[in-house]
Design a protein around this ligand. Structure first.
Ligand code: DGL
Length: 273
């Protein structure tokens, strides 16, 4: 049993979709979340910059004595997870591999669609992860950058969201895929809109949910759970939120992502790390 928190970071607010799934699946775990709101988006930045930023996020979380780190950002997982694993002595979970595994299990026709930021799409990380699992799978990738601001505005069910989905996804719809990975932290909030447009024959993969499942498995295998079913630590789970800018905005939008109140958000100077 290990009561230290799980560290989670993202380029900003989007990683809260992963936090939400962790809270549901692992309700006894304490969480420290860092959102790099001063430097978001990561999705348009180079691998070198995203890796430097990710390392600073990791150092901040380590200072908070976390027992494992979830890289809850597709862009950061795609560009920096491998090197982070080699550089820091702590268990890591990224969002790419769990999403890739779920998509491979889901497809019956060996053809998968992947949508994400420009950084994630151009990194080749999903192709690499999927090919390791099944090298017969064909993939169709598409960057959908406008989805991020639409979700942050809270417009996920709007006509603007539907029209944007139509514009981005019409080529994917006719491409013969039967599974579509929502490979950006924000996209699970567009699940209804995307699902409505793609239709029932294309199943959506939510890497946020798959990541929480992978984390649960990792904690069990390494005996790192805070609580083992009937033997819970002290029942008072703590969630702490830190950002590099704009805590008030984070709290407001974050409550929409989490569907629960956020009590306090602290601003820190990430350049110190
Ligand atoms: N969190 C990012 C991701 O999952 C989306 C926002 C950004 O570009 O930073 O790729």
């Amino acid at each position: 049993m290990d009561s230290r928190p799980i560290g989670v970071f993202d380029s900003g607010i989007g990683g809260l979709t992963v936090v939400k799934e962790i809270m549901n699946l692992l309700p006894d775990e304490n969480i420290v979340y860092f959102g790099d709101t001063a430097r978001v988006p990561y999705g348009t930045k180079s691998k070198e910059i995203v890796t430097r930023y990710s390392f600073q996020c990791i150092k901040f979380l380590l200072e908070n004595k976390v027992k494992a780190i979830v890289v809850a950002c597709n862009t950061a997982s795609a560009s920096s997870l491998d090197i982070a694993k080699q550089s820091f002595d702590i268990p890591f979970i990224g969002v790419v591999e769990p999403g890739a595994v779920a998509a491979c299990n889901m497809t019956k026709v060996n053809k998968i669609g992947i949508i994400g930021t420009e950084g994630t799409v151009s990194s080749g990380a999903y192709e690499k992860a999927i090919n390791i699992i099944n090298n017969n799978v064909k993939m169709v990738l598409k960057a959908c950058p406008l989805f991020v601001p639409i979700v942050e505005e809270g417009w996920q069910e709007s006509e603007i969201a539907s029209l944007t989905a139509q514009q981005y996804l019409h080529s994917l719809k006719g491409s013969g895929i039967d599974a579509l990975v929502l490979a950006c932290t924000h996209y699970p909030l567009l699940q209804n809109t995307i699902g409505k447009f793609m239709g029932d024959s294309i199943r959506l993969v939510n890497p946020a949910f798959e990541t929480a499942k992978a984390l649960k498995q990792m904690l069990t295998e390494s005996n790192l759970h805070n609580c083992s079913n009937d033997n819970c630590a002290d029942g008072s789970v703590k969630y702490k939120y830190f950002v590099s800018d704009n805590p008030v905005k984070f709290k407001k939008i974050g409550e929409n992502f989490l569907q629960k109140p956020i009590n306090h958000v602290e601003k820190i100077d990430i350049e110190r790390y």
